[in-house]
Design a protein around this ligand. Structure first.
Ligand code: COA
Length: 260
């Protein structure tokens, strides 16, 4: 599939999706959001893709936010639609994907950029990365899940401060906050993401999908995470991956999971 604003490449069972508008610091316009939706969906449906890495092109930005030029003259209803459609198409979509998604934050991750990184299942960052939700400096609030996912990841007080000040934190502070799991040099960022992806892809993709669903359930309104865990745990016993994983252990050999 040919894309205009992103690149998608599958290698060694890892699909790397790169947002590729470096002259606009990879800002998320609608066309890019639509392409990202298609690329994530395709990778998730592809049996060969065991892990997805999302990153930005260039050395400056992961994503510098939603494209401000596209919504500057929006009305109330257009604003609401922008947030609702974006959440459904990209941010919630990524968060609920059954294929693990790692965000490799290679520079500015601001507004929608940080929201995209937070929608990923976990994040790593290069030491030049800067993260923040600057929306209130524009007279708006985060609309792609930022008011919910930032407090979930860093705690309410830190999230309130970051949102209210519209400030940026650097990669080391993000590490200290638990917003990112690891910090590397820019050169090492993708190799390190691939190393983590390689560890993940050895495991059962079916079990990982069940784990993602159970973990997410604990953060959904009206869902009981412990009950979701019991259901997902039980479901695993009916899978070929479980048969293979347990037999391989008992036979003292490496598991060869049939997978998704
Ligand atoms: N939407 C649209 N265009 C954006 C953008 C965004 N969120 N962020 C950057 N760009 C564009 C700039 O308009 C500029 O385009 P131009 O060369 O055609 O004028 C280009 O990307 C480079 O950005 P520039 O501001 O010149 O780079 P900088 O190094 O001086 O500053 C930032 C970098 C990230 C501090 C600055 O671009 C910025 O504050 N961006 C907006 C961040 C934001 O508020 N995001 C939340 C949106 S809800």
């Amino acid at each position: 599939m040919a894309y205009e604003n992103i690149l998608s490449a599958l290698e060694n069972n890892i699909t790397t999706i790169t947002i590729n508008r470096p002259s606009k610091l990879n800002a998320l316009n609608q066309a890019t959001i639509n392409e990202l939706h298609k690329a994530f969906k395709k990778a998730d449906e592809d049996k060969k893709t065991k892990v997805i890495i999302i990153t930005g092109s260039g050395e400056k930005a992961f994503v510098a936010g939603a494209d401000i030029s596209e919504f500057a003259d929006f009305s109330v209803s257009q604003g609401e639609k922008l947030a609702a459609e974006g959440q459904a198409k990209l941010f919630d979509f990524v968060a609920h994907l059954s294929t693990p998604v790692i965000a490799a934050v290679n520079g500015f991750a601001l507004g929608g950029g940080l929201e995209l990184a937070m929608a990923a299942h976990f994040r790593i960052a290069s030491d030049n990365a800067k993260m923040g939700l600057p929306e209130v400096s524009l007279g708006v609030i985060p609309g792609y899940g930022g008011t919910q996912r930032l407090p979930q990841l860093v705690g309410k007080g830190r999230a309130m401060e970051l949102i209210m000040t519209a400030g940026m934190i650097d990669a080391n502070q993000a590490l200290q906050y638990g917003l990112v799991n690891h910090v590397t040099t820019l050169e090492e960022l993708l190799p390190f993401a691939e190393k983590l992806a390689s560890k993940i892809k050895r495991n059962s993709s079916v079990a990982i999908a069940a784990a993602i669903e159970a973990v997410n359930a604990g953060f959904e309104d009206g869902e009981n995470g412990f009950e979701a865990e019991i259901t997902q745990f039980g479901k695993c016993f009916g899978t070929a991956d479980f048969q293979e994983g347990t037999q391989a252990f008992l036979q003292k050999r490496k598991a060869d999971f049939p997978g998704k």
